[in-house]
Design a protein around this ligand. Sequence first.
Ligand code: F6R
Ligand code: MG
Ligand code: MG
Length: 368
Amino acid sequence: MAKITLSIIKADIGSIGGHIKPSQKLLETVSNYIKEKGRGLIIDSYIGHTGDDIAILTTHKKGPSNPKIHKLCWDAFLAGTKIAKSQGLYGAGQDLLVSAFSGNVKGMGPQVAEMEIEERPAEPFLMFMADKTEPGAFNLPLYLAFTDPMHNAGLILSPKVKEGFKFVIMDVSYTKVDKIIELKAPEEIYDIAALLRDTGRFVVESIFSRASGEQVVSASTTRLHNIAGKYVGKDDPVMLVRTQKDFPATGEILSPYTITPLVAGFMRGSHNSPLMPVKKNTSISFFDGPAIVSCLAFCEKEGKLTESADTFDHPYWDYVREQAAQETQELRRQGFFGAAMLPMSELEYTGVMETLKELEKRFKIREK
Ligand code: F6R
Ligand code: MG
Ligand code: MG
């Protein structure tokens, strides 16, 4: 069987009318660049956007973290940035945080999710793209899809799925090198839950089948403000999930998105928002949000991709979107107050900190 690598590399390199969506010309520039310069290097590609982020999916035989693949995508984003600047798009090149490419886009701004797979006779997989949120947004949906029979009927009905999964979880507050822990489901699900509740710190990086050892999930983990040290937008994660047979079914992976959990992001990357499942190429709107996630299903054969199936483009998800809009409304009613806005450590702008510093000087100790 052929070994194929699936790579998603995504970045926000500018958008129309604020942080809404990239221009058509920008998308075409990135897409044409990949098609022309990727000849002989990649097998196939798909380029799309969710909110203001452009994601490049490529298939190839070079393995993860390959400098040529990463440079191809980096250069496509640079070519796009030129167009973004020429069109006066907002935030042109905003996620390209360093000036010179150095072998791997990890730590340079773009989000990355990659996996090398031993191709199955049929290879269905999902491409998730989220906007106005952070990598921890996938924590709960992944936990539920891989550990909970309330969402994954395969944990009861399929002997291979029942053997469980290994979670690789990263402590993203540690920025010098990768700091990871491996935990086994179902034995250690309470430990997994104890970590995954803290979405700003612990993030699922990958998941493996215990029946075969095969990789099922690869998710992006980069936190931009850990790289830049200042506000540069939320991280807007991407994720690859292989499905069916000995892995959870596509519908089991999708099931937890019905919950629309509250995640960090939304306006100025500083609020909580229900995570709304949306159709492909959806833009951003109300209060620079809400946080959105799209999911495209593909099959591939020796790296050749089918067209995508838009999993959240279905009447069921219209109902879920309606509910998410109502939840959003409830939360937005309390504006900046309490749980609507993120705690100090997670605010993406420094305004509150500066105000507190100034006010501190005016606080007085009252003598008894
Ligand atoms: C959130 C986001 C937007 C911006 C907001 C202000 O991730 O991108 O909510 O934070 O539109 O943007 P600036 O500071 O660029 O004017
Ligand atoms: Mg943006
Ligand atoms: Mg974005």
